[in-house]
Design a protein around this ligand. Structure first.
Ligand SMILES: [Zn+2]
Length: 194
């Protein structure tokens, strides 16, 4: 698996939607196997040391995966709503509220290299991961205009990303995955026409 695909969306809730993608005309689901799912969670900095230990129990991991798949569906609905120009319907807002209300979290103060830092800690792995995904959704809504949340321009690609470029003209999920193959195709089709 190409590592960059785990984080190219720029924020964990979009990276979560990007865990299903098309590669060589085949549908891939990173969450479908435990090692892919764990790698995705680690790369997105969603796990604490204690979570890693807890996830060694199969039932804890299975239960987390069920929750992740369910919130992935919600995240992908949110993205299609943005694409259609209607920002978060009552339906998605209510679902977000319901998840937020169900989470058990507390605050903790840490000292890191002589600086104090406050973090939100989930009571369980599930609470922790779900909190951070909800938090990433809310942070995107607060800081990003909907026009900056886009799908890759390549017709065979269904990856999403937050465009944080200065000019706001990013077209591809990544240059390596799609930009170059599209440019190569355009180059050859021009060459043929000549
Ligand atoms: Zn792409």
């Amino acid at each position: 698996m190409d590592q960059s695909i785990l984080t190219l969306g720029g924020t964990s809730w979009i990276n979560l939607v990007n865990t299903t993608y098309i590669s060589n005309k085949q549908k891939i689901d990173i969450l479908a196997d435990a090692s892919g799912a764990l790698q995705w969670l680690k790369e997105n900095h969603l796990l604490r040391e204690s979570d890693l230990a807890a996830l060694e129990k199969k039932e804890v991991l299975d239960s987390l995966l069920v929750e992740l798949e369910s919130i992935r569906t919600l995240c992908s609905t949110i993205l299609s709503e943005i694409e259609q120009g209607e920002e978060h319907s009552l339906h998605t807002t209510n679902k977000l509220k319901k998840i937020a209300e169900s989470l058990q979290v507390s605050l903790a103060i840490h000292s890191e290299s002589e600086k104090l830092k406050m973090t939100v800690e989930g009571a369980t792995v599930e609470d922790h991961v779900m909190y951070h995904i909800i938090d990433s959704i809310m942070t995107t809504f607060e800081n990003t205009s909907p026009g900056r949340i886009r799908k890759c321009n390549h017709e065979e690609c269904k990856l999403y990303f937050v465009d944080t470029s200065k000019g706001g003209k990013r077209r591809w999920c990544s240059m390596e995955l799609c930009g170059n193959r599209k440019k190569a195709a355009e180059f050859y089709s021009k060459k043929k026409k000549k």
